[in-house]
Design a binder for this molecule. Sequence first.
Ligand code: ADP
Ligand code: MG
Length: 334
Amino acid sequence: MKYIKYILAAILLVVAVLGASLDFKVQKTEFMMDTVITAVAYGKNANSAINEVFDEIKRLDNLLNCHNANSEISKINYEASDHYVKTTDEVFALLKETVKLSQLTDGAFDITLKPVSELWGIGTDYPRVPDKSEIEAALLKTGYYNLELNEEEKSVHFKVPGMAIDLGAVAKGYAADRAVDILKENDVKNAVLDLGGNVAVIGKKPLKLFEAIKRGSFNKPFVIGIQNPDAPRGELIKTVTANEDIFVITSGSYERFFTENGVRYHHIIDPKTGMPAQSGLKSATVITKNGVLGDALSTAAFVIGEEKIKGISDLCLRVILTDSALNVTDIGKE
Ligand code: ADP
Ligand code: MG
């Protein structure tokens, strides 16, 4: 009889060890790409793979950030008005892809808006409402169709002097793509990455032993929350259950904005007007199999709005829109 408590303790120890190994979880958070990035991954390679992911995101931030004077994009912006600028294969591929996405979204997504967004200065210490004439002049220096790409030379030239590019609307989606590649190369089977509203899901959430026994399964789908645009961070308006590997990417007007005379001016620009997009949406979430596609389409969906969403929703697995009255429209749900 007196051995019973030792036997029980031994059983508990085995259960605890098994429980821990089923749920070998690594989590890391860092501020990069001007946002909070969190990675959660499971399995024996999770730690080293996550470290590799964060190194890669840092590399991409240095490569793609147009606000970093030493990035490749800044070099293009300095020189491509004067002559063709040779790019890396990686940047050339991204430029080609973004031009294609501009065509697909009828120009709602356009990486050449920098001359306009600079006037607004959203995210800087000096945001302001520009004059109409300033916006009109800056709009003349935009247009993805004014980007000249030379396939053989892998080089780019601006047709209109003074143009400038900004990959801000796809950089996090591209980083999410690269992160997923790295995790998969490292044989990580279950992970969730959140790059400031750009979420990538791989596999399912492994369960602790007790929960696994209770549910009769070792895992369950990850559930991704969509932020309520009017509520404090963490309060959700909807959740998405990830039954396969997906990207859940949201663009919204609720995080980067300034207010002047009671009007809110946010950071997503309508390329047709040069003004912050006013499509009646507070956020647009798209679910895709690819991060760059998702990031570009979430921005474009926000610009285009619900009425004309069909062109975009046809390119996504699912689109979830939240309008200014917090009505949620869910298109394409299986
Ligand atoms: P976030 O970066 O907040 O996740 P987005 O992915 O929608 O949001 O990207 C917005 C950023 O992209 C802006 O900060 C600006 O740099 C740039 N941008 C703004 N409007 C557009 C647009 N219509 N098309 C492409 N890029 C845009
Ligand atoms: Mg985007």
